[in-house]
Design a protein around this ligand. Structure first.
Ligand code: NAP
Ligand code: MG
Length: 496
């Protein structure tokens, strides 16, 4: 981001025109005067009024998607044509990255440096990647007896409902919308009530890019009303959900109580980050542990929230992590120097404070942080927080916090490390530091997690899938595997 100053971002924020209308069937609907206020966690001020989708709006959006899928051009286009539109969406997102990054930063509190430098490139790349993939897929024709021809084809699964959270509002929407569109599906997206503005902008940009009306609809609203209406809708074929494990259970119930739609879940985590004594660079491991838990205010499904460190190196690693926590620049997300912004809202901040209180009550040792800060801004800021002397039965070791709170546990040998790492109902991700290749492979095999990072954390690119096992869900984002969620296999057997 070439030299955009804090003052310049503030000026741009003041002149930003935020529109909170639904995007249904290629047009904006509702908004002014009939919705709810969306508040910025940076200062508690109202950003915009946003349309509040009820059953009628969800019905209209699903009907538009149904028409687009059943009789519209999109699923019938040559895949290369669909790909061109997705690449065009990527180009428009790139052109409007300043406005989009600012919107994300204002609505959910992510530092502008990360919104602009990480989230925007990620969503642009997601649309471009699936756009380029669209015409490179092939079907199967298995060997059969000579009097038959068998075809196994992938067909678009139909109307997709996508319900996403607020922590990476554009990237997580893109991880669902882009592969679903590449596959030829039509989508109804429901963003979180905390981050509707960037998603509504995405809907409009997609229409501008040439996506036919009804192929991507965005309905804003609350989870228990708008999200539930989508989950229960009889004309939705696939429901792709990213969010908490608790709400994931609701979606399985909605499917059971309606049309048995396919449900794909990307849920919470309590990811272990193991540091072995043979780690090649302990300072780098400690820096990564601190960055991992404080990046995006700790509001990361894959956050390495349990640091498992060998007892022989624990003091050194913990000292370094605490030093880094204290040095972190918490502040206005629109300041390019800010490293950690506010939590998403007052209710969430109170929940995270509750976890801090539980940690103290359970007997863990609070090493740094734990309190609100920058209170006079009116925003929702919490100090970077580190606990040690956490034992595996404590709530700090078991419950997802989704905030900048690190729990340190120690172990004495590799078996104990693996046992502790797997002692969780979640299975999203894990990290491991070692200089031994055999240990890396052995431990990776033993860890029940969708992703294992060795000598790094949160690394990767679009070629690798991301998703969980156990109660972290079963969906897979990124890579060609994501298309499995949005396609059906059909067998055609022709007797010759
Ligand atoms: P959440 O409360 O589960 O909400 C996620 C989405 O579901 C939001 O759009 C929400 O709408 C909606 N929703 C809430 N209650 C609902 C209900 N009863 N019926 C239907 N929809 C409902 O999660 P969150 O607090 O936004 O996000 C944090 C969670 O997401 C964490 O658990 C985190 O680990 C998980 N997450 C997972 C991944 C992954 O890839 N595995 C990525 C990011 C986050 P409203 O917000 O408008 O209520
Ligand atoms: Mg919620």
């Amino acid at each position: 981001m070439p030299d955009v100053t804090h003052e310049e971002w503030l000026r741009r924020a003041r002149s930003l025109r935020l529109t909170g209308a639904h995007h249904i069937d290629g047009a904006d609907e509702g908004g002014a005067g009939v919705g709810f206020d969306t508040v910025s966690p940076r200062d508690g001020r109202v950003l915009a009024q946003v349309a509040d989708g009820g059953t009628a709006e969800v019905d209209a959006a699903v009907a538009a998607a149904r028409r687009a899928f059943d009789t519209g051009p999109w699923p019938r286009l040559a895949p290369a044509e669909r790909g061109r539109v997705l690449v065009r969406i990527a180009e428009l997102l790139q052109e409007r990255r300043d406005e989009l990054a600012l919107t994300v930063s204002l609505e959910m509190g992510k530092p502008i440096t990360d919104a602009h430098g990480i989230e925007l490139p990620a969503v642009v790349n997601t649309f471009r990647w699936y756009g380029q993939l669209a015409d490179k897929l092939t079907d199967e024709s298995p060997h059969t007896a000579s009097n038959a021809l068998a075809l196994v084809t992938r067909e678009p699964a139909g109307v997709v409902g996508a319900v996403v959270p607020w922590n990476f509002p554009l990237t997580l929407a893109g991880w669902k919308v882009a592969p679903a569109l590449a596959a030829g599906c039509a989508v109804v997206l429901k963003p979180s009530e905390h981050s509707p503005l960037s998603a509504l902008l995405l809907g409009r940009i997609a229409t501008e890019a040439g996506l036919p009306p009804g192929v991507l609809n965005v309905v804003s609203g609350t989870g228990p009303v708008t999200g539930q209406a989508l989950g229960l809708h009889p004309d939705v074929d696939v429901l792709a959900f990213t969010g908490s494990t608790c709400v994931g259970r609701h979606f399985l119930r909605y499917a059971a109580d309606s049309n048995l739609k396919r449900v794909r879940l990307e849920l919470g985590g309590k990811s272990p980050h193991i540091i072995l004594p043979d780690t090649p660079d302990l300072e780098r491991a400690a820096a990564t542990a601190a960055w991992g838990i404080f990046f995006n205010q700790g509001e990361m499904c894959s956050a390495p929230s349990r640091l498992l460190v060998h007892s022989s190196i624990a003091d050194r690693v913990v000292d370094s992590v605490v030093r880094r926590a204290r040095a972190l620049r918490t502040g206005d997300p629109l300041d390019p120097a800010t490293e950690m912004g506010p939590l998403v809202g007052e209710a969430h901040l109170r929940r995270v404070e509750g976890h801090v209180g539980a940690g103290i009550a359970d007997g863990a040792r609070l090493l740094t942080g734990g309190s609100r800060t920058l209170v006079d801004t009116g925003g929702c800021y919490l100090e970077p927080t580190v606990f040690d002397q956490v034992n595996p039965r404590m709530r700090l070791a078991r419950e997802e916090i989704f905030g900048p709170v690190l729990s340190v546990l120690t172990f004495h040998d590799l078996d104990e490390a693996v046992r502790l790492a797997n002692d969780t109902e979640y299975g999203l991700a894990a990290g491991l530091w070692t200089s031994d290749l055999t240990t890396a492979h052995r431990v990776s095999r033993a860890l029940r997690a969708g992703t294992v990072w060795v000598n790094c954390y949160e690394e990767g690119d679009m070629s690798v899938p991301f998703g969980g096992v156990k109660q972290s869900g079963d969906g897979r984002a990124k890579s060609a595997h994501a298309l499995d969620d949005y396609t059906e296999l059909k067998t055609t057997w022709i007797q010759l």
